[in-house]
Ligand binder design. Structure first.
Ligand SMILES: [Zn+2]
Ligand SMILES: [Zn+2]
Length: 229
């Protein structure tokens, strides 16, 4: 079964562990790949993306675990999100998460809609009290809305799930882990999705179909190990 997490942080930005340490725990928890999505903004995108790319090369070499360089565009004004996302991608980030309008901190209003209208974005992270308009824009641009395992960011998971179902937008579950012990396990992932109010059918779509769709959209190939029966 595929098991992915598109939103994790390391000491490259504000995480507490080195990429290799995070990746080791991902491997122990049964992840199909390691995805490093450290924070970037206009001031840090130029130096952090090369570090993220290098860290992923190191992980795939040392751990024999596929590793995908990504970013979380964080604390960027709505009108500049597209520019930073494009720059991150041009520098080697293969996936782009945007730090959405969580109720856990004070992001700028308009950020959800700006991210949802940007085709360089893959995931709108913890979108808080997202509007139907922003969810529809995300749907139309092939962007997944995030169910978050992280504290206050996850307080609106039920709302995000409800709005996504109303407009037909797609969901994905991420940890937003800043330390190894906050990474997901299959059991925890299931609890979080059930706790967001998803029925079994929708739950399976989110945990299996969504991650593969996100990777396929960018042509990222990750071998999925099938359990031997
Ligand atoms: Zn952070
Ligand atoms: Zn984050």
């Amino acid at each position: 079964m595929p098991f992915f997490d598109f939103h994790t942080h390391t000491s490259i930005s504000d995480g507490h562990a080195a990429p290799l340490e995070m990746a080791r725990r991902c491997q122990q928890n049964g992840y199909s790949a390691y995805i490093c999505s450290d924070h970037v903004d206009e001031a840090t995108v130029e130096r952090r993306v090369p570090e993220i790319v290098a860290a992923c090369l190191q992980v795939s070499r040392e751990l024999n675990l596929p590793a995908v360089p990504a970013v979380e565009v964080t604390r960027v004004a709505p009108e500049r999100v597209a520019r930073v996302a494009a720059r991150a991608r041009a520098m080697g980030a293969r996936l782009v998460v945007v730090h959405g309008e969580t109720i856990g901190d004070f992001p700028q209003p308009g950020l959800n809609l700006a991210a949802a209208n940007c085709s360089d974005v893959d995931i709108l992270g913890h979108p808080g009290l997202i509007t139907e308009q922003a969810a529809e824009a995300a749907r139309d641009h092939g962007i997944h809305l995030e169910i978050s395992a992280a504290g206050l960011h996850g307080m609106t998971n039920g709302h995000v799930a409800k709005v996504a179902a109303q407009v037909g937008a797609r969901l994905v579950l991420d940890s937003d882990a800043h330390r190894p012990e906050a990474l997901l396990t299959p059991k925890r992932a299931r609890q979080l999705l059930e706790g967001s109010g998803l029925d079994l059918d929708h739950l399976l779509r989110v945990s299996e179909t969504a991650p593969l769709a996100i990777l396929a959209r960018r042509g990222i190939e990750v071998p999925i190990h099938q359990p031997t029966t």
